[in-house]
Design a protein around this ligand. Structure first.
Ligand SMILES: *[C@@H]1O[C@H](CO)[C@@H](O)[C@H](O)[C@H]1NC(C)=O
Length: 375
């Protein structure tokens, strides 16, 4: 009977959004903005938040919910400590995976679950007075996939990201128009592309964007049999391509960091890959590490988002949040819109309105119905 009562109480606590020891409760927000796929928005705002608070988007795994991630991840407690707001999006899809496969969700302002989430950012800025330069994103498994997707599709909105056991943005892309489709080829680690190819997959998700991409940490377990460990390599190649780093030659490798058996490879200020030996699906959330990476705690913060990451040597832990989003443009010719697409650039595909000719000696090759590339 006592056990039954405890279970019932636990259930009631979850239902009411209460978690013992927190200063506030989980609240649902409706009508936050355009939300074509009906993504749920749940918010944990501590009783006391900092002026112009930071926001962390914390995105749940398949079968999870906003409520489950709220009570099962450390971010609400950390919000109480550091005075930020946590937003827990809740998947509208059956099985509650995130749509990281449709053309819409993988394209800037084109719809899908990513678009609904992106519109929670403006709501948080206007309603909570949130700092636009300190909107962070993290997630586990399907939520980790969505975190990579948000960084690729809405790089303008997010300041830094932390990814627990996901796949590269675009790796779950469906070539058959699938929404929220499972992609076994990617899950099983059989999708492999070069850094340059992944970088152009990312750029094609927000054509014409010349601003900075969020610094990102990628965690993955070596014993992951849901999303095979090869996916860490693809994530690293993807963002190394975007930032201009060499995915094959990390600048620094730290053994037993942050935990015994974890190896942290630092490719540059904007990218870290953390391989967790013997860990399956998913890597446990390293809340304190996230607090450092997002700049709430000294020691290892991501640099303020800026262009030209490969040559940036910013290592300050105090400037994050005080900088305004950069307005400089990337100077590499590959990202400058021209009437002719350059090597690796998109040159066709459904919905493509840019240049369809390629600069010599490259030719436009159809990779899938949505994407042709100068190769
Ligand atoms: C899975 O994704 C890859 C790209 O990562 C793509 O080439 C493949 O066609 C996708 N599979 C399906 C069934 O859509």
């Amino acid at each position: 009977m006592a056990h039954f009562t405890r279970t019932l109480l636990a259930i009631l606590f979850l239902w009411s959004g209460l978690v013992a020891g927190l200063t506030s409760t989980l609240q649902q927000v409706t009508n936050f903005g355009s939300n074509p796929t009906n993504v749920g928005m749940f918010v944990y705002k501590p009783t006391t938040v900092k002026t112009k608070p930071a926001v962390i988007f914390a995105i749940h795994y398949c079968t999870g919910t906003a409520q489950a991630y709220f009570s099962g991840s450390p971010y609400a407690q950390l919000a109480d400590t550091y005075g930020f707001v946590v937003i827990y999006p809740s998947s509208p899809n059956s099985g509650t995976c995130w749509d990281v496969s449709s053309k819409a969700t993988l394209t800037h302002n084109a719809g899908g679950d990513s678009f609904g989430i992106s519109n929670m950012v403006a709501y948080a800025i206007s309603t909570y007075g949130a700092d636009p330069a300190r909107i962070f994103v993290t997630g586990s498994s399907s939520g980790a996939m969505m975190t990579n997707v948000l960084c690729a599709v809405y790089p303008n909105l997010f300041a830094a990201a932390s990814v627990y056991s996901g796949v590269a943005a675009g790796c779950f892309m469906s070539n058959f128009g699938g929404v929220d489709a499972w992609n076994s080829t990617c899950a099983q680690g059989q999708v492999s592309a070069t850094s340059a190819q992944w970088a152009s997959v990312v750029r094609a998700m927000f054509p014409g964007y010349t601003g900075a991409y969020p610094p990102i940490q990628e965690y993955h377990g070596t014993a992951d049999t849901t999303l095979f460990p090869e996916n860490l390599g693809e994530e690293v190649k993807e963002w190394a391509g975007v930032f201009g780093y060499n995915a094959a030659a990390p600048a620094q490798v730290l053994q037993n960091t942050p935990l015994a058996g974890y190896t942290k490879s630092i490719y540059g200020p904007n990218l870290q890959g953390i391989s967790a030996a013997g860990v399956g699906h998913t890597v446990p959330i390293q809340g304190n590490e996230d607090m450092k990476w997002f700049g709430f705690v000294a020691g290892g913060a991501a640099p303020p988002k800026s262009t030209g990451g490969a040559t940036t040597t910013v290592s300050s832990t105090t400037t994050i949040g005080t900088t305004t989003p950069p307005t400089t443009t990337v100077s590499t010719p590959t990202s400058t819109p021209t009437s002719v697409s350059q090597h690796w650039d998109q040159c066709g595909g459904q919905g493509w309105t840019g240049a369809t000719a390629c600069a010599a000696p490259f030719t436009c090759q159809v990779l899938n119905p949505f994407y042709s590339q100068c190769l």
